[in-house]
Ligand binder design. Sequence first.
Ligand SMILES: [Zn+2]
Length: 313
Amino acid sequence: MREDEVALAYGGGWVDRAGALRADPDRLATLLGAAAARVLPLWQDRCLVNDVVPVRLSGEVAARVRAAAAETVFLGFVAGQAVFAVDLSELTEDAALAAAGATRVVDVRGLVGRLGPAEAALQAYARGLLHWHRQQRYCGTCGGATSVQDAGHARRCAEPNCARLYFPRIEPAIIVLVEAAGSPGRCLLARHAGAAEDAFSTLAGFVEVGETLEDAVRREVAEEAGVVVTDVAYQGSQAWPFPAGLMVGFRAVAESDEIRVDGVELLEGRWFTRAELRQWAAVGHRLGRPDSIGHHLLSGWLAEGEAAGSAPR
Ligand SMILES: [Zn+2]
């Protein structure tokens, strides 16, 4: 990654995934048996931590924890060190804590700002991969049991007549900052069902079968806010393995100002100028989760206004 590229939380290519090794069980066994190997345990999608430091096990403790887990998956190399992950979800919370020598379990998103970007990305990667293994125990075609393949990056149906291969599932979703045409610059934010009264955020939704990402942007904004958009432009993406998301960020331009929220997904939609948005944030309202691409899209839009004075984009 170049220095001027922005890595959003939970991604950024910090791990050398060493994909070629996944088909080399002998080499992996050697790596796993080496003193330098580290094993990262998770419990029901959560990190096992001491205070706010996720535990990473080695030696005999790692071997004991691996024996208590269903399977061990290979994540890759971090700073030259082979890192594996195990899922202790089948133990009780107390048993998992005791086995790993940890004091508590916490979701990686609850450690925002406390973990370095590489650690946050590694924990999210392990979380998403182990979650998928728990969901793919059985074959969707014949109902047979599946077993781990490729060091944890696939599963295969054990029924000889089927043998269907499964890969970790990723569910893409779009998130879009919709701008009004003309001056002054305004963006469309909405209050989502279930969100707090003052929580306005960008529009988002899952990509459906047979859609491009751009199709999904146009459809979601039309369906949820009644706004027709053009000039759909890619802004970046964010790994969001909670449990299986990939957030793909866009900007788009509205053809008209009228907003008609669907009343189901969105309860209220509103245009904000940059000054209004700054005012909104200044009185304590948050602009989405600070670790999210939605926040990144909004802060980028605000910063652009600062760079350009009051000129429209
Ligand atoms: Zn099958």
